[in-house]
Design a protein around this ligand. Sequence first.
Ligand SMILES: NC(=O)c1ccc[n+]([C@@H]2O[C@H](COP(=O)([O-])OP(=O)(O)OC[C@H]3O[C@@H](n4cnc5c(N)ncnc54)[C@H](OP(=O)(O)O)[C@@H]3O)[C@@H](O)[C@H]2O)c1
Length: 257
Amino acid sequence: MPPSSADDALYHCCRLSLNLISLPTFLACHFIQAPYGRHLRSGWGPTIPSWLSWILMECPAVFFSLLIYPFGRHASSLQSLTLLSIFLLHYIHRSFIYPLRLPRKTASVFPVSISLMAFSFNLLNSYVQIRWVSHYANYDSDEWFLGRFAGGLAVFITGMVVNVKSDLVLVGLKAQGGGYKIPRSGLFELVSCPNYLGEIIEWLGWAIMTWSWAGFGFFLYTSANLVPRAMGNHKWYLEKFKEEYPKNRKAVIPFLY
Ligand SMILES: NC(=O)c1ccc[n+]([C@@H]2O[C@H](COP(=O)([O-])OP(=O)(O)OC[C@H]3O[C@@H](n4cnc5c(N)ncnc54)[C@H](OP(=O)(O)O)[C@@H]3O)[C@@H](O)[C@H]2O)c1
């Protein structure tokens, strides 16, 4: 189906919004920690179990992507299908596998208001990423696609392994009950939030693979969201565990930050 100029206008407006929200997101997250997990506090309305919130707020990235993908002019191209599969790989894990691994007995809660914000972001972001991959990318004249794709995929997979393994360590600690503990082993010896580091690396890989403002915007947004949260978590660990907390550990970038 050929796109109308209204489709193009909508896409460019959404893509621009994605590219512009990183700075306000960074500033907001720097001054106000999103009130879930260890930063949960009252005043943000009703709450639901965190495992349910993760499913509800992340699943649009799976269903909405699958819904809009077939309308793209590259819908049957191999490059486009491969990129879609990689995007879905992350979001099937985040929407279904990760939440179902969260222990029910020690489940924390999540404000519905925050879930709704994340739900809206996932709709916007999935639209921008998947329309680019399925429609606006120009694979025919891109002789560098394969090289960039291979490099970006290696970065993406590295990030996903770091993210998933680190989340597994934290979920394991959570399942033990008895409150927050100092995570040990692997990249936790270098940074307080290797799961966030892995997520940031993943979307850097995506930005390289897609080589687009859409992909770059998502990488920027993820960094703007997770770097201030990692700083907040690191500060929280230092205040809670004081002298016990490893001195050389940084927040999210090994040896630096
Ligand atoms: N792309 C993005 O912008 C974005 C945004 C947010 C999250 N994410 C991803 O979503 C995943 C979850 O994020 P999150 O912010 O919930 O991560 P998190 O704060 O590290 O928590 C992950 C899980 O581990 C538990 N936990 C954390 N530290 C613990 C400790 N020291 N002792 C015992 N249990 C501990 C948490 O319990 P509590 O719930 O009780 O704290 C939660 O169940 C991560 O992979 C993250 O990268 C991505």
